[in-house]
Design a protein around this ligand. Structure first.
Ligand SMILES: [Zn+2]
Length: 276
């Protein structure tokens, strides 16, 4: 069943666990994610990030999702990750996406606020849920260099932002980064606790990959309701394909798919959706 993310995130907030949001990048990845969600009977937020366009267009992602997710036996949201503007949001809603992110987190506060408000107003007409970001989750490759673009989220600004925009969930920056880390991830659980206290809507964490299982379990217990995972799933895919070069091409692709399934199931445990 394809649904928006409102109810599943509310349940996660009440139950102190986080729903994985894996980015699809081809048919194998989507098939693997849906097999895991259906096998475990757990909610999943399938995300499409425009940065993956060289491998998969928005239209291709939507077509695949209609096939693999529409009649899913697990609650499934199809989510636009890092939508840059209203037009991209409109296009994705027209194609059947049930949840969108508008990311103006690199803009000044007022621009972010206005752009998010505009998207919320549009998307809510169609009962599509909206995620925005305040503070900024930067790139792991500059994490330890002193030139990182990460900006930690300020709790009072986040509270005002959530209140004024009417957004359904809020991505916050507490020390994770996108992609692989150069250096060791340093997550501020104090900041997370302050944010949880200040903000009513479910919190989202970007840059889950390689952030450390214990860290991610603590984030889920501490009020994060959705965690984005991409790099670890892609790496699992490549490792599965490379593991046994004596296999035929098709068997190696299947090994890659199996390896993604194992990685996602691992994160369902780490995030507290199912028992460890
Ligand atoms: Zn992200």
């Amino acid at each position: 069943m394809l649904v928006n993310s409102r109810e599943m995130l509310q349940k996660a907030q009440e139950g102190h666990y986080a729903i994985p949001s894996p980015d699809l990048f081809d048919m194998h990845s989507l098939r693997a994610y849906m097999r895991v969600a259906e096998r475990l009977q757990q909610p999943v937020i399938i995300a499409y990030a425009p940065v993956h366009k060289p491998m998969l267009s928005l239209q291709e992602a939507a077509m695949l999702a209609m096939y693999y997710c529409k009649d899913s036996s697990a609650p499934t949201a199809l989510h636009l990750d890092h939508g840059s503007d209203l037009q991209m949001v409109k296009d994705s809603i027209d194609l059947g996406f049930t949840s969108v992110m508008i990311d103006a987190s690199a803009e000044p506060f007022d621009v972010n606020l206005d752009r998010t408000k505009e998207v919320v107003e549009y998307a809510h007409q169609f009962d599509i849920t909206v995620e925005a970001e305040i503070g900024h989750v930067g790139q792991g490759e500059t994490y330890d260099s002193g030139s990182s673009d990460t900006i930690y989220t300020e709790p009072d600004m986040a509270a005002r932002f959530a209140e004024e925009t009417g957004v359904d969930s809020l991505a916050v920056s507490i020390g994770t980064a996108h992609g692989k880390y150069k250096g060791v991830p340093k997550i501020s659980f104090e900041r997370l606790a302050e944010l949880r206290q200040a903000v009513k809507v479910p919190l989202v964490l970007h840059g889950g990959s390689s952030s450390g299982d214990d860290n991610l379990t603590r984030c889920a217990q501490g009020g994060v309701c959705k965690i984005n995972i991409y790099t670890d799933l892609m790496d699992a895919n490549m490792a599965g394909i490379a593991a046994d070069p004596s296999l035929s091409g098709m068997k190696r692709l299947i090994a890659g798919q199996d390896s993604m399934e194992e990685m996602l199931e691992h994160y369902y445990r780490v995030f507290g959706c199912i028992a460890k």
